[in-house]
Design a protein around this ligand. Structure first.
Ligand SMILES: [Zn+2]
Ligand SMILES: [Zn+2]
Length: 263
């Protein structure tokens, strides 16, 4: 069994708790350490049960609280070699923080095996992760990627639960206030996954055996939870798939509401 708590999700900060019986990990620490500690408390998660923080990449919405959180609680940090160099350069880790390059074949953290896969984003060495529990339950997180590459699809398909980016509504983005270069960056292959990209992927994931989806990393300016959700549901129902029968779908809130997903 596994528990997933999206503590923070979206352009203002990202942090996800994934755990088993008595222990767990965080993926990213993109809010202040104090806010992350508060969110863990709201979800009745003992900080002492957190064994490591796995970082996807060095953008501030993923690392804002990393240094203080990891050093205050003596928690080890894992990331790709390129991301660790960037974290060092940015002062998000220091010599007092235990850190290690993630093993491409997977890093065992007690009863969990955490494995990275490359994402298509505008920084070197960015990754998503799968977390496999000892009972075989598997969870994937794929956010901050402009496209779903073959490698990403291979890693996330068949996972029991998939935290998947549904960043923006293309119409809202194009008509919104962002400057044109930023719009182009978001829409590029190294940007973020749109609601349309995400929703097209979901029926394939259901066919691969995935049943739980958590739409994540929604843009506050260029998306709304109801739009992301309805775009996904439309595509799934178009393929004859029924909510709560063939799949369970939720939208990760920007800040935890204390709800977690048990699988
Ligand atoms: Zn990013
Ligand atoms: Zn991000």
């Amino acid at each position: 069994m596994a528990r997933i708590c999206p503590l923070f999700s979206g352009s203002k900060g990202n942090s996800y708790y994934i755990g088993g019986a008595g222990n767990g990990i965080l993926i990213d620490a993109g809010r202040s350490a104090k806010q992350i500690e508060g969110a863990l408390e709201d979800n009745n998660i003992d900080i002492k049960s957190i064994r490591a923080v796995f970082v996807t990449h060095e953008h501030s919405d993923h690392i804002q609280g990393l240094r203080v959180f990891a050093s205050r609680h003596n928690i080890k940090v894992y990331a790709s070699g390129e991301t660790l160099s960037a974290l060092d350069r940015l002062g998000a880790i220091n010599e007092k923080i235990d850190s290690s390059v993630i093993d491409k074949k997977g890093t065992a953290i007690e009863n969990m095996l955490v494995k990275p896969f490359a994402t298509s984003h505008d920084c070197a060495g960015s990754v998503g992760y799968t977390v496999e529990m000892s009972d075989g339950t598997k969870i994937a997180l794929a956010t901050d990627t402009g496209i779903i590459t073959d490698e990403i699809y291979e890693e996330i398909s068949g996972c029991d639960a998939v935290i998947i980016e549904s960043n923006h509504d293309i119409g809202m983005l194009m008509n919104g206030i962002y400057p044109y270069p930023l719009k182009r960056r978001i829409l590029s292959d190294c940007g973020h996954l749109s609601n349309d990209d995400c929703s097209r992927l979901l029926p394939k994931l259901v066919e691969s055996g995935s049943t739980r989806f958590i739409l994540a990393h929604l843009s506050r300016e260029n998306n709304m939870p109801v739009i992301a959700e309805s775009t996904a549901l439309f595509e799934l129902s178009k393929n004859g798939m029924k909510r709560n029968k063939d799949f369970i779908l939720t939208v990760a809130p920007p800040v935890t509401n204390g709800e977690s997903i048990l699988i």
